[in-house]
Design a protein around this ligand. Structure first.
Ligand SMILES: Cc1cc2nc3c(=O)[nH]c(=O)nc-3n(C[C@H](O)[C@H](O)[C@H](O)COP(=O)(O)O)c2cc1C
Length: 185
């Protein structure tokens, strides 16, 4: 089983990373974490290469992430909520998945053939809600082939309750791991 985790937090020991580490400790198989703030992946600039080619023209770290996306059984989006959304750098990375949509839409080629499970982890300071970020994450997960999506884990009060002490979020992580570890029917 292969799991790809996209981490949208710049804080190396922040709340998002705390919950990612808990999940990783419960997951079976191989895991790869892509840190959106510390990887060499630039945003999609709508160059239109993928309208006529079955791939992306930009030769950077995303090329290996494309391979991971195609091979993976599970994809997890984990992010702080910034202005009610996923963080900007995470959206930069994810914008490169537009290649899959364009190749399918303009050329009728489906590069993602493996069905996957998806999951979302969000953290927030306490002002605002997770709704917009959850909706965005759901759109992205479905666009990369996730047909089963787990109940999200949200720790939305980190200004006063560290994710590490958020019992509801921590038990949600255990259930998320069980969901992701389960064999597909
Ligand atoms: C630029 C910025 C925007 C933020 N916007 C929100 C928000 O809209 N809602 C919220 O609840 N918290 C917001 N926060 C607080 C973070 O989501 C919160 O501190 C979170 O725990 C950070 O995650 P991390 O510890 O994993 O880095 C914002 C923080 C920053 C730096």
């Amino acid at each position: 089983m292969k799991t790809l985790i996209l981490n949208g937090s710049p804080r190396k020991q922040g709340n998002t990373v705390t919950l990612i580490n808990r999940l990783v400790s419960e997951l079976d198989g191989e895991m790869t974490v892509i840190d959106a703030y510390y990887c060499d992946i630039s945003p999609c600039v709508d160059c239109r290469y993928c309208v006529t080619h079955t791939g992306c023209a930009v030769q950077d770290g995303m090329q290996s992430v494309y391979r991971l996306i195609q091979e993976s059984d599970n994809i997890v989006i984990a992010s702080p909520v910034y202005f009610n959304e996923l963080t900007g750098r995470l959206l930069d990375v994810i914008s490169r998945c537009q290649m899959y949509f364009c190749v399918a839409h303009f050329q009728g080629v489906r590069l993602i053939t493996k069905k996957k499970k998806g999951a979302v982890i969000l953290v927030g300071g306490g002002l605002g809600t997770e709704e917009t970020a959850l909706k965005t994450a759901g759109i992205i997960l479905r666009s990369v082939g996730c047909d089963e999506i787990c109940e999200p884990v949200c720790s939305m009060n980190t200004d006063t309750l560290n994710a590490n002490d958020d019992e509801k979020a921590l038990s949600g992580i255990i259930r998320m791991a069980e969901f992701l570890n389960r064999q597909r029917k």
